[in-house]
Structures are given as C-alpha cells and as structure tokens.
Design a protein around this ligand. Structure first.
Ligand SMILES: *Cc1c(COP(=O)(O)O)cnc(C)c1O
Length: 397
C-alpha cells in the first residue's frame, strides 16, 4: 500500500494548478478556476478506470462509507453484517448510521465468507458489507448471490483494494455501492480522501447531495441551491483531489510493480513445508499490496513475525496480536466506550459486543502473517528480502 511512497512532479503539477487559481473549493467559482475541476476530473477518471457509471469523492474512506450507507437507506436499527477483520472505520460508519454491526466469520480469503454470512442472517438484516482486505478479494460472486436472493443491500468496503478485481470486474462494483479510501497508507492517496462508486444513478445522486448538506448541485448559482435531504459535510477539497488525480494515473504502474515484487517473494516461499498462502478467488485480480501467508499455528506465527523484524524484513503484520485490524484487541469497542451514547445502545437488538466470539476467524487470524509489498525496493533489496525471508521461515517450520 504505497500511496505514501510516491509524491513526484506529477502530483506537484496538479496541486500547483489549484494553488495558482486559489480556488480550493470543488463547487462554484467557475470563472476564477480557469478550467481546473480536480474533484470532477478525478471522479470521471476513477469511474472510467473502474468501469462504473458514477464516482463521488469524499473527504475520507470513512466519510465515503457514511455517505454510501445514507445513500443506500441504511439507518436506525438496521442490522449490517460485517467481518471482524477490517479497519475500525467500517464499524464506526455502521454505528454513525444508527445501525447495528453484526459480526460474521471470515475464511482463508481473509474476508467475510458466504457461510459466515448465512449464519449471521436475521429478519432484521438489511445490508452486508464485505471488506476486501489487504489488496485482494472476498468470494464476492457467492456473497452477491446470497444478497440478491434475500433482497439485501450489498455495500463493498474496497478501501484497501483499489485496482483489484474479480474475473475482470473491479472490486467495489458488485453491489449497490462500493467505497474506496485514499488516505496515505492506501494504494493511491489524496493525502486524505475517499470515494463512493455505483452503477445506480439514484444512489449516486443521493450520495452527491448527502455529502454536501443535501445540496442539489443542479443550478449554477450555489446560493440558490435547494436542500434535497438532511446531509453532512463529507466534501473533498480541490487540493486533495489534485494529488489523487496524479496518483490514479500511476495506478497501472503501481499494480504492475507490486505484482512483480510480490511474485518474487511468493515463488521463493512456495517450497517451504508447513507454509500456505491466502486463498485468492481470482489470483489475476489481486492488487498485490500484501503477501499474506499462514504459519502452522499461533506459536510459530508469533515466532516468525519477531524473527522477520529482527532479520531486517520489515512491514510484516500478525493481525491477531495487533490492535488495528482485528476485533480481538478493540477494547474501546468491546466496552462501547463512546464520546456520547450511541443510538445502537438504545436498541433491543444491540448485541453485547464484549462477549462476541468469532472462533473460525480466530483460527485463521492466529496463523496469518501479511507482508507489505513496497514499490521502492531496489532489485538488491528485493533479492536480500527474498533470501532472508526464506532463511528465517525455514528455521521455524
Ligand atoms: C482505511 C480504511 C477505511 C477508512 O478510510 P479512511 O480514508 O482512513 O477514513 C475503511 N475501511 C478499511 C478496510 C480501511 O482500510
């Protein structure tokens, strides 16, 4: 996930276009902006790149998720099925909608499994939010089939997986809406930013209005715009969109480089007995931001992640012990420690988040190690990484 690794002349040029006009706002100021519409241009190019009808930029991936939830009509008391392996933002956006996060198990894809999803369904289930973690995909066709059969809203959190696809179709484009993040640790960055994508015009128009206080955006005079709905301010600035525009145009090169670097390490590890790899429903669609593999058990996984760090192989994560991405260490969430009482806490169907168990996910996460794939490795650094990784893991398994 190398957005932070690249900031070049192309990004500077795009930002300078904005600085020279002084128009930092994405709407209006038509005359002063000298033809520069960075947010609008990025929306058009992103939609084209992903093969979707519409894209709407937001201030962050979290803002995009909140906007998409609102646009899909997810609200008070609705149950939303989510995986326990994600970034907390997925859960926060469900809570901010007044809805109820319901946890379902993952499998060796490291994403929500269709079996887990089926087991978590109740008559109050309104939506399903699979999260395409670490650059690769959930079994999205099977998940979509269940949603279609049951009339559930499918909303993909593809924040970590821009450029990844399943059978030639972009992740984020399978459901009613999909969300992306362009924060600095994602594949491409705006500094801060995110996007909602959809093929549904009504969803797009609601997202477009919701993210800007419900404004209709149909007139030329902003002062005369009506409020279609109650909304929020989830707008991106022209400066952030300008950075993202330069980055999106590098996406193909980024993916190519990641895939090459990942393949070199994965190939070298393939012969190691006792080590297996994350299940990829469509290997060709992997964006290759991480190489995720399974150690025999939690003990060897802990040993390996320590030994890799000590051996100079940086960027390896054992999510089971880490408090960012797996439910096990989200202590604030277990106790519902919020700044103010949340709507969910007033609901009869609010689960006790302190006692939720996801044993199948535990069994997968205990053994999982993910190695971050970088763009900036020299051939020599990559060669040494491959050598060290194999040597270290061989001594453990
Ligand atoms: C990063 C991320 C988000 C939130 O994106 P921000 O732009 O940081 O708000 C949401 N979901 C997942 C899975 C993420 O990795």
């Amino acid at each position: 996930m190398p957005g932070f690794e690249i900031f070049g002349d192309e990004e500077r040029k795009q930002v300078n276009d904005v600085l020279e006009t002084g128009v930092l706002f994405r709407y209006g100021f038509d005359g002063a902006r000298k033809g520069h519409w960075k947010a609008k241009t990025l929306e058009r190019e992103l939609a084209e790149r992903l093969g979707v009808a519409h894209a709407h930029l937001c201030a962050s991936g979290t803002a995009a998720l909140s906007t998409a939830m609102a646009a899909c009509g997810i609200g008070a008391g609705d149950e939303v099925i989510v995986p326990p392996f994600t970034f907390v933002a997925t859960i926060e956006s469900v809570l901010m909608a007044g809805a109820v996060p319901v946890f379902a198990e993952i499998d060796e894809t490291l994403c929500l499994s269709p079996e887990g999803l089926e087991a978590a369904l109740t008559p109050s289930t309104k939506a399903v939010v699979p999260v395409h973690m670490c650059g690769s995909m959930a079994r999205i066709d099977e998940i979509k089939a269940i949603c279609d059969k049951r009339g559930l809203i499918l909303l993909e959190d593809a924040c970590q997986s821009v450029g990844a696809g399943y059978q030639g179709r972009a992740l984020g484009s399978f459901g009613k809406a999909g969300c992306f993040s362009f924060d600095p640790v994602k594949t491409i960055t705006c500094g801060e930013g995110g996007a909602v994508v959809t093929n549904d015009k009504a969803i797009y128009l609601t997202a477009d209005a919701y993210a800007d206080h419900g404004h209709d955006h149909i007139g030329h005079d902003r002062g005369a715009e009506d409020h279609l709905i109650i909304g929020a301010n989830h707008r991106i600035s022209e400066l952030n969109a300008a950075v993202g525009l330069a980055q999106l145009r590098k996406l193909d090169w980024i993916l190519e480089t990641q895939r090459r670097n990942k393949a070199a390490i994965k190939d070298a590890m393939s012969g190691l007995p006792g080590i297996t790899f994350r299940q990829l429903p469509d290997p060709d669609g992997d964006s290759a931001t991480f190489l995720s593999f399974f150690m025999p058990d939690v003990k060897t996984a802990r040993q390996a992640v320590k030994a890799l760090a000590a051996g100079g192989v940086d960027g390896c994560f054992h999510w089971f012990d880490n408090n960012w991405h797996y439910i096990r260490h989200w202590n604030h969430f277990h106790t519902m420690k919020a700044a103010a009482r949340l709507a969910v806490q007033t609901l009869a169907n609010c689960p006790d988040y302190g006692t939720i168990a996801t044993p199948r996910s535990d069994a997968v996460m205990q053994r999982t190690i993910s190695m971050q794939i970088k763009l900036g490795w020299t051939d020599e650094q990559l060669r040494r990484r491959v050598e060290e990784t194999v040597k270290i893991l061989k001594a453990i398994v």
